[in-house]
Design a protein around this ligand. Structure first.
Ligand code: SAM
Ligand code: SF4
Ligand code: SF4
Length: 340
């Protein structure tokens, strides 16, 4: 860690958790309509295409500088679909120049990645995560709300690898009775191409995806299924607050991760803030509403940093630990607004 990072205040929330990660949505629009996130029958085709409400690149840079001042070292750009944001490599180049930011990653559905991968790499993006819920073309299309072609995503992954991103992470949300049959083929695909696949439990994010607990496939069950085919051994966390629990294949050919927000909540180590494309701060993925940061952005990065430190110190969110209890919040921000 460099001198800037060392000099930063040790901001803690009300439960003693530092602020380390920022997930910044660069656009609220998406070209897919995955039913677990943005169901087509609930979200209009032209949703989020009005650019007027989005933060500008200047505002995003000030915002990220303020977050770095408050303790953030890792940034993930997301959406909606972040590759729909025009001139994204230009934004990345500006953010990559911020001292104290050790890591910049991007989460994408991959459909538009092929023509952009090399420009993203050259701009200074460190890592790419591609969401991939199925390899079967018909099922993939269905899971994208009839919008996506798996072939385009596979081309995007290939282009990212050719551009020098390594390893590439693949995210798969598994739903009972829907894409369980894709799990082993996806592991095989990841292993044979040197990618890291992570299985994410289907979460009760937002209010429009009709979440039912019966649709959740607990990570332990998936881990057992994968272990029966390719024996696994647990790997330690690479850093405190790592969201996925990691397992290596006993034959040495890569690793797999599990994000178990429903079956094994990890709120105690949650160091992550989220900001929507219109500049609202969410201190939990399941928060009901955000806090508008726009007014403070015009005051400059130092003011933003102080403001964030003050807001963070009041944070006490731990929704996943309260899920199902009377204390748990019923209304949640939509996933496509905060990007995962
Ligand atoms: N559009 C990009 C993509 O799909 O990668 C970035 C935004 S998307 C909201 C980020 C991640 O959230 C994706 O990996 C997606 O699978 C995941 N996601 C969306 N809804 C989810 C849900 N209900 N439960 C678990 N993960 C979900
Ligand atoms: Fe779009 Fe990503 Fe949500 Fe799918 S998961 S609808 S690709 S934002
Ligand atoms: Fe963090 Fe909220 Fe998820 Fe808990 S439920 S891990 S506090 S985002």
């Amino acid at each position: 860690m460099n001198a800037v990072a060392d000099a930063r205040p040790d901001v803690r929330d009300a439960l003693g958790r530092p602020l380390r990660d920022l997930r910044l949505s660069v656009i609220e629009a998406c070209n897919f309509r995955c039913p677990y996130c943005m169901p087509a029958e609930q979200v209009a085709d032209d949703y989020g295409l009005d650019a007027a409400s989005r933060l500008s690149f200047d505002e995003m840079e000030t915002l990220v500088r303020g977050f770095v001042q408050a303790g953030v070292t890792k940034l993930r750009l997301t959406g909606g679909e972040p590759l729909l944001r025009k001139r994204l490599p230009e934004l990345i180049a500006r953010l990559a120049a911020i001292e104290g930011l050790a890591d910049i990653a991007l989460t994408t559905n991959g459909s538009l990645l092929a023509p952009l991968a090399s420009a993203l790499r050259q701009a200074g993006l460190h890592r790419v995560t591609v969401s991939l819920d199925a390899l079967d073309p018909a099922l993939f299309k269905e899971l994208s709300g009839g919008r996506g072609e798996v072939a385009d995503v596979l081309k995007g992954i290939e282009a990212a690898q050719a551009a020098g991103f390594a390893p590439i992470k693949l995210n798969c949300v598994v739903q009972r009775g829907i894409n369980e049959g894709e799990v082993l083929p996806l592991v095989e695909f990841a292993r044979s191409h040197g990618h890291i696949i992570r299985f994410i439990e289907y979460m009760d994010v937002g209010t429009c995806n009709g979440w039912r607990r019966e649709r959740v496939v607990p990570s332990a069950e998936l881990r057992d299924r994968i272990h029966a085919r390719w024996p696994l051994q647990p790997l330690g966390a690479q850093y405190r607050g790592e969201v996925a629990s990691r397992y290596g294949f006993a034959d040495g050919r890569g690793e797999v991760g599990f994000v178990s927000s429903v079956s094994e909540p990890f709120c105690g180590d949650c160091h992550r803030a989220r900001v929507s494309a219109d500049g609202r701060l969410y201190t939990c993925l399941f928060a009901a509403k955000g806090h508008d940061l726009r007014p403070v952005l015009s005051l400059g990065q130092e003011a933003v940093g102080r403001h964030l430190a003050e807001r963070w110190s009041r944070r006490s969110d731990r929704y996943s630990e309260l899920r199902g209890s009377a204390k748990a919040q019923r209304k949640h921000v939509e996933m496509y607004l905060v990007g995962g």
